[in-house]
Design a protein. Structure first.
Length: 307
């Protein structure tokens, strides 16, 4: 079968479209025929060598790319899944020789869930990594009051706004001015344009500061300044957590595959609670072009590769 792999670090040109053996599932695993695979920033960081330099990815002769997959069960093994059933899944082991940028992928059954009904595979492929990250970040905060979401128009941020709104939290969204209508449609109660002196401008809307912040835009201290003393703060990348000033509890979300939670999120996508946004599609052979487009910025939603 065909897959995109990395044998050396560098720019998009190092992505190799290669013939590789069809993977075989082991106990508790399924093989998925890939219909769509989303392109995420973590893929660019893996390809460039940034994660390897940071000690996140150990040395490997070959690395696969792609975390998000939508497709159909090709081999159900002993798992109870049905061959041919439409599924979504998350590959959260980053240092493996095969990822979702492939015609087939093997995942633990515990990382797979039925695909949302009435949703295309392209749309469904945008759900697992970003929605699970947002959901697991929200699990880290205890507030029932006001939550700030930075990067609210982004893939993770949009899901965070929608999920916080579904929990009946008061949501203060930070994004570009042009994105105000979009993030309000996700469920934001208040909107603060991104820019300098964020803490002061948020406090003008929420006197004393918000109870918690989900810093998907990695603003660090600027976002922390908007949180009240003794509040909560969630960072979304290694090294992005600010010093816990004023007794604020600072934590970092570390994504993990969770098929049961993914099934819950799929149901929310079915009823329209979660916004599935596709920035565009490209064939798997044009993975390098997809990386270039993502690196250029300005996308709303995810690019999706089609084998």
């Amino acid at each position: 079968m065909r897959a995109v792999v990395v044998r050396r670090f560098g720019g998009p040109e190092v992505l190799e479209f290669a013939e590789v053996p069809v993977p075989e599932p082991g106990p508790g695993q399924v093989r998925i025929r890939v219909a769509a695979a989303a392109v995420n920033p973590v893929d660019l960081a893996t390809r460039s060598g940034v994660l390897s330099a940071a000690g996140v990815v150990p040395a490997r002769a070959v690395l696969g790319l792609g975390w998000d997959v939508a497709g159909s069960i090709d081999d159900a093994g002993d798992t109870g899944f049905r061959v041919g059933g439409a599924v979504i899944g998350l590959r959260d082991r980053i240092a493996t020789p095969l990822g979702a940028y492939a015609e087939r992928i093997v995942l633990d059954a515990s990382a797979v869930a039925p695909a949302p009904a009435g949703v295309s595979a392209v749309e469904a492929a945008t759900l697992p990594l970003n929605a699970l990250t947002a959901a697991q970040a929200l699990d880290l905060v205890e507030t029932t009051g006001t939550v700030l979401v930075t990067g609210a128009a982004g893939a993770v941020g949009g899901y965070a706004v929608a999920l916080a709104h579904a929990r009946k939290l008061r949501v203060v969204a930070v994004a570009a001015e042009a994105d105000e209508a979009q993030v309000r449609a996700f469920g934001a109660d208040e909107f603060v344009p991104r820019g300098p002196s964020l803490g002061d401008r948020v406090r003008a809307v929420v006197p004393g500061g918000v109870d918690a912040a989900l810093d998907t835009a990695l603003l660090g201290l600027d976002a922390l300044d908007a949180v009240r003393g003794g509040g909560e703060f969630v960072a979304f990348a290694a090294g992005a957590a600010p010093i816990p000033l004023r007794g604020i509890r600072v934590r970092t979300v570390w994504i993990r595959a969770d098929g049961e939670r993914l099934a819950e999120l799929a149901r929310l996508a079915e009823n329209g609670t979660l916004p599935l946004r596709v920035a565009g599609t490209l064939p798997l052979t044009e993975a390098a072009a997809a990386h270039e487009r993502l690196a250029a910025g300005g996308l709303r939603g995810r690019l999706v590769l089609l084998p």
